[in-house]
Design a protein around this ligand. Structure first.
Ligand SMILES: C[S@@+](CC[C@H](N)C(=O)[O-])C[C@H]1O[C@@H](n2cnc3c(N)ncnc32)[C@H](O)[C@@H]1O
Length: 300
């Protein structure tokens, strides 16, 4: 099946002055257009032959044109994109990138092994070693003295951030699971950073809202429940000192964020947040195709 582009309000202007938006963003049109809804629901689940596809596209196009009373409408069909199967980079590139960064030391390597043994499939939540190196580097580059981590799990990213802190620096590490964090603690000790880490076992939003509202945070890493990303971002940005960074993990949601067929609450939350950060005048941001997508936003 294909995605449909229509040209009503809200999207980027075309060279001819028309406005083009993706069909999924025109929810008003879609809900009033049974054929579009049908195509959206069924086209993704079943193979459609070329003739049926053209017929469905014609029906949808005619419906959309009929609803476009305000301005001229052009409908453009684009090739299918199943975000759920998307690899941000070719696997061979991913492997190459993963083998070309300053490698994790033995302590982190052993923590990764212990996490796999103790948590099984959940171990995939852990950041990759290149992300760990990136976190240490960013923390060091900001000269951070106060860092916040939202989502500790077994604490791989935790010492990565703590290691980058300036002398006397503190990391406030937020999670709801004492059990998982306990796996990491011996490794924090061995890495010599345990005394810089203030672990708070509570919903992260409570911990963040209890912080001073002054710009006290130098760097923050968000890697917890995705549906709360927008509120975590907001609570952190308002406390971020000028020059500080907020780093967000999993901004691709395994590719689902690119595909409007995925409409669960956390898909919508991260999709909206990604768009919002792009427009957020308080920060300058960049989204990197590292692993599952990493956004770095720099407080102006
Ligand atoms: C992706 S894992 C974090 C991985 C970690 N950064 C690492 O590198 O190993 C997400 C974590 O968020 C935690 N979490 C989920 N909901 C939370 C909440 N409301 N408040 C705090 N932590 C939460 C989970 O317990 C889980 O440990």
């Amino acid at each position: 099946m294909r995605n449909c582009r229509s040209s009503k309000s809200g999207g980027p202007p075309t060279p001819s002055g028309e406005t083009v938006v993706r069909l999924a963003e025109v929810s008003g049109i879609r809900s009033r257009c049974p054929a579009a809804g049908w195509a959206h629901r069924h086209g993704r689940d079943s193979a459609v032959d070329a003739e049926s596809l053209t017929r469905v596209q014609d029906v949808i196009t005619r419906h959309l044109v009929r609803f476009a009373t305000q301005e001229e409408l052009a409908v453009e069909w684009t090739a299918a994109m199943d975000g759920g199967e998307l690899e941000p980079t070719a696997p061979v590139v991913g492997e190459y990138v993963l083998s070309h960064h300053t490698p994790a030391d033995d302590i982190l390597g052993e923590l990764a092994v212990a996490t796999r043994e103790a948590t099984g499939g959940a171990a995939q939540m852990q950041v990759s070693s290149d992300e760990g190196t990136l976190l240490t580097m960013l923390t060091r580059l900001t000269g951070a003295r106060f860092a916040v981590e939202v989502g500790v799990f077994t604490g791989y990213s935790t010492p990565c951030i703590a290691r980058g802190l300036a002398d006397g620096g503190r990391l406030l590490a937020c999670d709801v699971s004492e059990e998982w964090a306990a796996i990491g603690r011996p490794y924090w000790e061995r890495a010599g950073v345990a005394d810089r880490i203030d672990l708070r076992i509570a919903p992260a939003l409570e911990t963040l809202r209890a912080l001073d509202t002054k710009p006290v945070i130098d760097i923050a890493f968000i890697d917890a429940d995705k549906g709360n990303y927008p509120v975590y971002y907001e609570e952190i940005v308002r406390r971020l000192r000028p020059g500080g960074l907020v780093v967000l993990d999993n901004v691709f949601l395994g590719g689902r964020v690119l595909d409007p067929a995925y409409q669960q609450e956390h898909h919508l939350a991260v999709r909206r947040l990604n768009d919002m950060i792009t427009r957020d005048k308080r920060v300058q941001s960049v989204m990197l195709p590292v692993r599952d997508g990493v956004t770095i936003a720099h407080r102006c």
